[in-house]
Ligand binder design. Sequence first.
Ligand SMILES: Cc1ncc(C[n+]2csc(CCOP(=O)(O)OP(=O)(O)O)c2C)c(N)n1
Length: 527
Amino acid sequence: MPERKLLSGNEAVALGALHSGCVRCTGYPGTPSSEVLETFNTLGGQAEWSPNEKVAAEVALGVAFAGAYAMVTMKHVGLNVAADVLFTCAYSGVQGALVFVVADDPGLASSQDEQDTRRYGIAAGVPVIEPADSQECYDYVRLAFMMSSRWKTPVILRMTTRISHTTGIVQSSDKIEAPVRPHFIRDIPGRVMIPGHARIKHKDLRARLTEIQAWCEKEGPNTILPGTSGIGIVSCGVAGMHAREACPEASILKLGLTYPMPTKLILGFLKDKTQRFVIEENDPFLVEQIRAAGGDVPWNPEIYRMGELTVDRVRRILKGDNNPEPPPPKVRPPQLCQACPHGFVFEILKKHNCIVAGDIGCYTLAALPPLSAMDSQICMGASIGVGLGLRHVLPADEARRVVSVIGDSTFMHSGLTGVAEMVYNPPATGHVLIVLDNLTTAMTGLQEHPSTGRRLNREPATRIMIEDVVLAMGVKNVLVLDQVRQGDEFEAALLSALKSNELTVIIGRRPCLLVANRILSYEKKHS
Ligand SMILES: Cc1ncc(C[n+]2csc(CCOP(=O)(O)OP(=O)(O)O)c2C)c(N)n1
């Protein structure tokens, strides 16, 4: 039965995927995308956290190679990790359907950069669909599966923080697709991407995009909201909603498919307008394409490329207001929780004036005052490589102060190859890696990962012990300590490791305060 429900954008995507016949949903957590998978599981779908986005995309691709419908979710920076899969599966295509749900974070609510996923669409040749509210999240994820299945191509559903987290009414459809029964059809030239095959598939990909563009011109998810003035605005996503409110008298062409773009439709729309604008969040993605196609649209001032748009900011764009904007209100910077186990380790690192190559997680907050005890944070896993680089070239007395610090989920995501590098190309002064194992992915909402011993649905799984892995990779000195109960031993172990010329991994194992009770209850349930 079709239902009306209040859903966030992420929840609507999960429901839409289920109603499209999606049989497996994979991903790696990352705000603002994480709830898609959790909701898909709650609704009864098969959902799994993978160790990282690349693996998640590969598993989803395998499902789609088997003829079934799959979805993979991640935040924008996750697509950098999965990009290798994206570019080449655009060539191979799929047999069933494959949707990449990628959530951008304009304004950096909780990310290290503000990159615009739509650029990946154009670079990889993968269609990009952009919903503007929860209803469109539901409708457009269904459209994404339809397009993926029809053109045998992966499709990106580009979300943004506002769309993912805002709640709105969703009318579900009475048309619920039954999952396709998977079966294997051999297609070696289509899926083994050696040069001889890939050259042909590249041509196929371009032909497919031309077809999709022609379809989009006539039947694509594009809406013209008529206005009463000569002002014409081309827009997409939440920016379209803001534009409507900021300038009700304008005619608005709201694009649902922003790559490949319906150029003729856009140029036709703009033709008789006396004033033309493009309102979009993040990069001037539409502006560039429209101008390249001969459309006379202005560049928006550079300041609006940064941060989320609001109705007020859109009004300023329409007025050509290039004046500096008032600084945002001061908010209290986030801090580690009181008595967070991470804090104990950073107190020690600070006391000994260590140079800390850090990583991404709750522990990154140790970079802020009062601790100010982390010296770099670039992307997941970078702590190890950056720490090694510092050790290689710094004078020995400074090199000996360098420590890499990584969380447990981040270690599973992309720390393993860093350890391989450390063992393979060790610096002359050795190195010290601290893994902060709080038994969860705390930063993004306490998700499970391969080293917690539980799956997304909290059922038990084989637990990968970090100490076993690093020992097996050839690190000789491996210690597991509770930094709160064994603080003195932890400090002594660190000092002795810093003095030696060896490789040492110290695992500080102590559950996150927010998850400790929950872990006890799981253990009780399964003991
Ligand atoms: C490529 C990529 N994927 C996902 C994220 C989102 N993210 C930031 S930190 C983090 C993991 C944090 O977990 P952990 O390393 O265990 O540290 P904790 O927060 O538990 O201290 C994730 C998933 C990201 N920043 N980059």
